[in-house]
Design a protein around this ligand. Structure first.
Ligand code: NAP
Ligand code: G4F
Length: 339
């Protein structure tokens, strides 16, 4: 069989980098879309070097997407690109809709016109359940998004369903619950905690300021979740799947585990700061991935305590390395949250 080709949008992100590694292991030719930005964002994929191909395009730009799909003729397309940070979606609701919602239509149009046989994966989100009407949430749970991000993801989800049903294209969405790793952006709560724990443990900071400590999430390990994305595209018929661990924990519990792992008491360091509360929050998410277990044979391999330990250990090592190099040690959290 000839080598299969995968096209990944969002390859510079957490999931894109793990997916690229996984597909290379499986023998794929991997082509990634990168956008022209004012800052360098290639840190997560630098180690893959020339094993992947990178081409410039943007979910905001129809022409670039059409050209790239036509040129690459991929067997599989993974649409992971998005404005993915929920608080930023209140600051930039129109941009979020352009990228996270309409960007999906632009990519599907490119596939429909230039390579309709390509199998397409759309990165849907448990944020679409929002103020969930049942617990746990599965593929039949009604949606009730609570942010411009959630609404945009819901548009992307339904346009994917519509291209499947209107044109008979192989389009599938993974409704993924939160998944984390040492490659998670530092603005997301798990990584914000693990990184600050490491800095406090090394004597560089004393305090961690957070918002809603009672919010509960179903947190899994990102490398497990990219396996599910690939498995969904190998089915005989396309359909959507929930991917989740089935366990839920609060932000406060994440703090307690993370600080304890570094030998610290979280109550001495965590400060609740209203600046980090959201205009509307999603209070409780927990997924039921029974269909994925049955059809895809998918199971998470990393549980909650292990996930916390992996992240804290990685950040302890990172801060230690930065200290030994004498590099800049100001907190590099890049994105300010809502005032
Ligand atoms: P991430 O780390 O924030 O990565 C987002 C990616 O999108 C980056 O590569 C970014 O490129 C790219 N991007 C942003 N705007 C773009 C544009 N206009 N054109 C092209 N690329 C653009 O996200 P992630 O955590 O890996 O998540 C991957 C996908 O799954 C996202 O769609 C996210 O919404 C969704 N999702 C994530 C989770 C989760 O828990 N992680 C759960 C459910 C769904 P730059 O490097 O240039 O910024
Ligand atoms: O880590 P978060 O920012 O992730 P959130 O909002 O759940 O979104 C992530 O998961 C979604 C899947 O459900 C993805 F679709 C999305 O792209 C993204 O990857 O916040 C988690 C919870 C929230 O309830 C938030 O209010 O943590 C709470 N939290 C409390 N203090 C905080 C903070 N969140 C952040 N980012 N920063 C805080 O200081």
């Amino acid at each position: 069989m000839s080598r299969r080709t995968a096209l990944i949008t969002g390859i510079t992100g957490q999931d894109g980098s793990y997916l690229a590694e996984y597909l290379l292991e499986l023998g794929y030719r991997v082509v990634g879309i990168t956008r022209r930005t004012s800052s360098h964002t290639g840190g997560r994929i630098e180690h893959l070097g020339e094993r992947i191909e990178l081409i410039g395009a943007d979910l905001l730009d129809q022409t670039s997407l059409l050209a790239i799909v036509d040129q690459v003729q991929p067997d599989e397309i993974y649409n992971l690109a998005a404005q993915s940070f929920v608080p930023a979606s209140w600051q930039q609701p129109v941009l979020t809709s352009e990228v996270t919602a309409l960007g999906v239509t632009r990519l599907l149009e490119a596939a429909r016109i230039a390579c309709p046989s390509a199998r397409v994966y759309q990165a849907s989100s448990s944020e679409m359940f929002g103020m969930a009407t049942e617990t746990p949430q599965n593929e039949r749970t009604p949606f009730y998004p609570r942010s411009p991000y959630g609404v945009s993801k819901l548009y992307g989800h339904w346009i994917a369903v519509n291209y499947r049903e209107s044109y008979g294209m192989f389009v599938t969405s993974g409704i993924l619950f939160n998944h984390e790793s040492p490659r998670r952006g530092r603005e997301f709560v798990t990584r914000k905690i693990s990184h600050r724990v490491a800095r406090i443990a090394h004597g560089l900071d004393r305090e961690l300021r957070l918002g809603n400590l009672d919010a509960r999430r179903d947190w899994g390990y990102a490398p497990d979740y990219v396996r599910a994305m690939h498995a969904m595209l190998q089915r005989d018929h396309p359909r959507d799947y929930v991917i989740a661990t089935g366990e839920t924990h609060s932000v406060g519990e994440f703090c307690a585990h993370a600080f304890a792992h570094a030998g610290l008491d979280w109550r001495e360091h965590v400060v609740v700061d209203p600046a980090f509360l959201r205009p509307a929050d999603v209070e409780l998410l927990v997924g039921d991935a029974a269909d994925a277990r049955r059809d895809l044979g998918w199971r998470p391999t990393v549980d909650f305590p292990e996930l916390v330990h992996i992240m804290v250990d990685a950040d302890l090592a990172l801060v230690a390395e930065e200290l030994s190099r004498g590099s800049r040690l100001g907190d590099p959290s890049p994105i300010p949250l809502l005032p």
